[in-house]
Ligand binder design. Structure first.
Ligand code: AKG
Ligand code: FE2
Length: 291
């Protein structure tokens, strides 16, 4: 659904000012939006996944490990599709606490696309280089939104999400190298003076539009930075490719009704090369682990 149409609906959760901020800047931060008991349940689910990762020695399609990972000290960069590996995550991602919120920026009919849980363990992790998400999973319009939920407090030293405000109104960058790896956006295209950090206490939510330039630095602190990142779109927005982070739940309508017609935004959207490579296959060589 296009922005003009979305804005015809009243909001459920956001104030008009918060929704205007999302459409103006490409992101909005909602301090301490998720509270107990959800926070405790989500942390317990993360704990279960960390326990499960202890048996893993190499990154695979689910667990992306950080250097130094061991059974004694599990160190995770990311868990792909957490909603398929612990029921609490899917229950949360389909609860009105999120789906009503998402409806405020995509319209009343909401479709799930994929999710990840970026743990960014303490004491030195890979960063997420500057990038836009939509070249990773192009859609017929630009309604897709990622909802980031900080499961623990996140300060500037923990590698919080960082944004170039307003960049969702600029061009989209092709984002892949000649070998089919997602490489994001060159650092020199980003003016360091414009960057805004999204920090906050546990439960703080960041909604980011699929076009906005964002990234995050190395977590050099002694605390992890677990950030749950489900992605949704309007029900009438359709992906051009299969999801790079697959899930049997991709395409599920989590609020309202399925679409009978697709929505089209005529602004160009770059598509991935025919063969995409697994970024985690060369984790040591590149900091890009994004979209
Ligand atoms: O976890 C982060 O800091 C950023 C992750 C991100 O942008 C992505 O996974 O697309
Ligand atoms: Fe991203």
């Amino acid at each position: 659904m296009l922005a003009e149409k979305i804005l015809e609906y009243p909001t459920n959760v956001l104030t008009d000012a918060q929704r205007a901020e999302y459409f103006d800047k490409g992101f909005v931060v909602l301090p301490k939006y998720v509270k107990e008991p959800w926070l405790g349940r989500l942390r317990a689910a993360l704990h279960d996944l960390l326990e499960r990762s202890k048996g893993i020695k190499q990154s695979d399609g689910v667990f992306v490990l950080e250097a130094g990972h061991s059974a004694e000290t599990p160190r995770l960069h990311r868990v792909n599709s957490p909603q398929d590996h612990h029921p609490t995550f899917w229950e949360f991602m389909t609860d009105p606490i999120l789906t009503d919120l998402v409806a405020d920026v995509v319209g009343p009919d909401v479709k799930f696309h994929h999710a990840k849980l970026n743990v960014k363990s303490e004491k030195g992790t890979q960063s997420f280089k500057w990038h836009q998400d939509i070249p990773g999973w192009p859609h017929t319009d630009f309604s897709p939104v990622t909802v980031g939920i900080y499961l623990e407090d996140c300060g500037p030293e923990q590698g919080p999400l960082a944004f170039v405000p307003g960049s969702h109104n600029g061009p989209l960058y092709p984002s892949y190298d000649d070998d089919g790896y997602f490489v994001g956006i060159p650092d020199d295209l980003v003016n360091q003076d414009e960057i805004e950090l999204a920090v906050g206490e546990a439960g703080t939510v960041v909604m980011l539009n699929c076009r906005v330039i964002h990234g995050s630095g190395i977590n050099r602190s002694d605390r992890p930075r677990p950030l749950l990142l489900p992605v949704y779109s309007s029900a009438d927005s359709f992906a051009y490719t299969s999801s790079p982070i697959p899930s049997p739940r991709c395409g599920e309508i989590v609020r309202g009704s399925p679409a009978r017609f697709a929505s089209f935004d005529l602004r160009p959207c770059p598509v991935p090369p025919p063969v995409r490579r697994n970024p985690w296959a060369r984790q040591a060589e590149t900091a890009v682990q994004a979209y």
